[in-house]
Each structure stands twice: as C-alpha cells, then as structure tokens.
Design a protein around this ligand. Structure first.
Ligand SMILES: [Fe+2]
Ligand SMILES: [Fe+2]
Length: 482
C-alpha cells in the first residue's frame, strides 16, 4: 500500500491510503458516500449549499503546503481519507505492550474497546455541523461565514476519517456503525448524538466561537491521546486531523478576541469607565464583558463534562491496552505504565471539594482534563491582554471544575465559578450571575443580523488582523449568489 504524502484525486474518494488497490474498502466507502451527501444536504449549512466558498482542501499530508485554496460549492468539497505518514519502526509508547511493534491490524482482544472509541469520536464530528447549521443566516461578515464553512467541511472530513477506520478494520459492524453515524441527530429526542455538549444548541456567533475555542479543544485533547495509540492507523489518522483542528481553535480564539476588542473600543469611545456596565455597553450595540464571562462559564462547564468521570476504569483499561495514551505521552518522562504512581484529583466528599491522591491509572481522564485547562488558559490570557490594553480592570477567567457540572463528582453539588460550594437556594438565587440568562441570550440574539457585504463587519465584532490565504479582510470569501 503506498504511503504517499500526496493525495490521489483520481477516484470518487480522494485519499492517500491506496484505495485504488483496495476494492473492498473502496466499495464500502462508495456505498456510504451517497448517504453522507444526503446527510450534508439535510443537515449541513442551511441556505448556502449553492454558494461559492473560498475553502482550503488538503492536497498532501506534508505539514508544509498541505492545502490549496479555491472557490467550491460545499457539496462538491473533496472529502477524503488522509493519514499522516507512517513513522518507521514505531513502537507502542505506553501500557502493558510498551516497546512492542505498533499494530497494523486491530488486536482481537481490544476490538470492542477500539470500536467504541472510534464511534464516540466519529459521532462528535457530524454533531457539530448539525449544531452550527443555522449560523450562516446571521454571519457578521463574509470572512466569518467562510471560516464557519471551513470548520464545517473539515468536521465532515473528520467523520470520513473515523468511517474509514470502521470500514477498513471492523467489517460488517464497522459498516453498521458508519450508517448509525449518519442517522443520529444533534438534539434529537429519540436519536440524539452520544455526548451531552453535542446535543446543545449553538444559537449565535458568540456561542460558535466559544464552542470552537473550548469544545473543539476537548476534541484536540482526545485526538492527541489517540494519536499516541498503539493501533497505528488510528495514530496516523488523528495526527492529520490535528492539523485541521488547530484552525478550528484559531477561529474560536480570534473570534472571541475580536468581540472583546470591539466591546472595549466602543466602551472607550462611549466614555464608559466601568467595564462591567452592562446597560451602557449594550446601548452601544456591543456585547458586555460580564456576558462574555457567563458564556465562558457555560461552555467550559459543558466541555469539562466531555472528559468523563474523575475515576475511570475504562480510561485505565484503554491505557493499559496501549489504545489511548496521555496528552503528549511521547514527551513525558516516566515508566509509561503508571503502575505505582498517583495523581491528585479534586473529589466531592460529604458535600465538600477535597484533593485526593488516587492511582494515576484511574485518573487519566482528569489528567487529560487538567491538560485541557492549561491549554485553554492561554487564549483567555490573550483575551485579557486585549482588555488590559484598553485600560480596563476586568479579567476573564476559567470557571472552577466543580461549577455547573452534570457528570462526575460535582454533579451532586452546586458551586460558584470560584469553586465555593452553594446550597440549592443560593444557587438558584445567583444562577443568573454565573450563566447566560434568558435576557442575555435575547440581547445576543437581537445582535445577530447578517452582514454580507465584502469587507463589512457587524458592529459587535472587530475585523480580523489578517485575512485567509494572504487575502485581505475585504475579500469576497463567499459568493453567495453564485
Ligand atoms: Fe473534528
Ligand atoms: Fe474541530
């Protein structure tokens, strides 16, 4: 099988995995393809299927120059199967098989575990497209509209990535799972997506930027952990997905940053000295900083739930098996088996939040969640720099891990964003301080009006520092009436 850097665009399905010589898998993917296109038409970006969008398409998996840009109608996007190049002589980096040659086929004893991980990862990809499908109608600029669609087509490709693994390595059950991935629907009462955060609505652009900054970053952490896998095709798939994922988090970070920038600029120009003056900020038609903080609180708490239970035997089993590693396992210095080590975990004991040392193997979800927190703090710091530069004494923060949780230790208690435990009465009295209120959501919804003139931006968001692919911010990134 050729391990080319370059993508073969000759057949129906672009790929660098030698599909031309793999009749069985090619047929399975070609059989799945019409269902995928049908799903894209039904559940992909609403109202823009005929627009010409300036999108990047992968032409190679070489980190240098893997993408080319051009105008395409989204349903004609070249979704395909792309794996990062194989690493010569790679060995399993962790767990009980540490040091053995990586697997090119699924080890029978870990088949069920692997299939489950692929399906859960795969399910999130179309879910986010479904969640974001109405946003085109209210895009604050053509630049933002294009970025939304870029994220959407790449999440579609990530679904292809997981479906390829299911169909190539899991035979009939893989094909059935691939069908199910097209059948579930975000937020559907009977056939919802598998994970909570992927059934929430993404009703407005602030939510979209928060989602791509925080929830796509959960995706990054999961993909990083799978990129360490001893099952080499999974490692190679996720390594290439991570190059695309980086752009999604850039869209989120820069989107929030541009909102913060515009809010501060308008408040300064309007002579507002109190950065928390919601009423006066809103009178200027921008999003006040306390509301941005409440959106952070909501999206972070939903995203933390994706990391699962604090103490998890599933995570321990997947690590022992060599299937799912830690964030940057290959750069960590320890025994990579964690037989005798412990890890500090915040737990809920008799209604109080206490730190306990637990066996490191059972705390792997928490370790990944902590790595997520450290990673997410970077962008929050950069948002605060924007506020600081405008001369305002207001700081955005990540909420405490005990705040507003549905899964794990803290689902049983209420805590404020600083991690102080509250009784039920105090929680309901103060909830509107912490989480977006109906009023906040109505205000944001009222701002969401489409701006479709080239080079124009909605009043509540600053233009980007730079455009896409060396083009200016005023470039017509989406030709709506093609
Ligand atoms: Fe993705
Ligand atoms: Fe993503």
């Amino acid at each position: 099988m050729p391990d080319g850097l370059n993508v073969d665009y000759d057949g129906l399905i672009p790929n660098n995995v030698g599909l031309a010589d793999d009749a069985r898998v090619r047929k399975a993917l070609e059989t799945w393809h019409p269902g995928y296109i049908g799903w894209w038409h039904d559940m992909g970006p609403e109202g823009f299927q005929d627009a010409l969008v300036y999108l990047r398409t992968a032409v190679s998996v070489d980190p240098k120059g893997w993408a080319k840009f051009g105008f395409v109608k989204m349903p004609d996007y070249k979704w395909g199967v792309l794996l990062a190049p194989a690493v010569e002589g790679r060995t399993i980096p962790f767990g009980r098989h540490r040091g053995e040659a990586v697997w090119q086929e699924v080890p029978g004893e870990y088949r069920a575990m692997l299939r489950r991980l692929l399906v859960i990862q795969g399910d999130t990809e179309p879910a986010s497209v479904e969640q974001q499908r109405h946003l085109g109608a209210t895009a604050p600029s053509l630049y933002d509209l294009r970025n939304l669609f870029q994220v959407n087509v790449e999440e579609g490709r990530h679904l292809w990535a997981m479906v390829y693994l299911l169909q190539k390595y899991f035979g009939r059950d893989g094909r059935e799972e691939a069908e199910e991935l097209l059948r579930r629907r975000s937020g559907h009462a009977d056939t919802p997506r598998m994970l909570g955060a992927f059934n929430e609505a993404t009703p407005d652009w602030l939510s979209f930027f928060m989602f791509t900054y925080f929830t796509d970053r959960d995706g990054k952490m999961q993909l990083e952990a799978l990129a360490q896998s001893g099952f080499d095709p999974l490692s190679r798939t996720t390594r290439f997905m991570l190059t695309e994922e980086a752009h999604h988090m850039f869209v989120g970070e820069s989107g929030v940053s541009r909102i913060v920038e515009r809010s501060c600029e308008a408040m300064r120009a309007g002579g507002i000295d109190n950065p928390a003056d919601t009423v006066r900020a809103r009178a200027l038609g921008v999003i006040d900083l306390p509301t941005i903080q409440r959106k952070i609180n909501l999206h972070v708490s939903l995203t933390l739930d994706l990391f699962g239970n604090e103490i998890s035997t599933n995570a321990a089993n997947a690590f022992n098996a060599g299937i799912k590693g830690r964030y940057r396992e290959d750069r960590l210095e320890d025994d990579h088996q964690l037989l005798d080590s412990t890890y500090p975990v915040l737990r809920c004991v008799a209604g109080r939040i206490v730190e306990e040392k637990v066996p490191a193997l059972s705390a792997l979800n928490m370790r990944l969640r902590d790595d997520f927190g450290a990673d997410a703090a970077g962008g929050v710091g950069r948002w605060n720099k924007v506020i600081e530069k405008a001369g305002y004494a207001f700081r955005l923060t990540l909420p405490h891990v005990a705040f507003n949780r549905r899964i794990g230790e803290f689902a049983a208690i209420h805590a404020d964003p600083a991690g102080r435990v509250l009784d039920a009465g105090a929680w309901s009295a103060r909830q509107a301080e912490f989480l977006p209120s109906a009023d906040d959501n109505l205000y944001i919804a009222a701002l969401m009006k489409p701006v479709h003139g080239a080079g124009q931006f909605a009043n509540w968001i600053a233009p980007p520092k730079a455009g896409v692919d060396g083009k200016p911010g005023s470039f017509e990134y989406v030709q709506i009436h093609a």
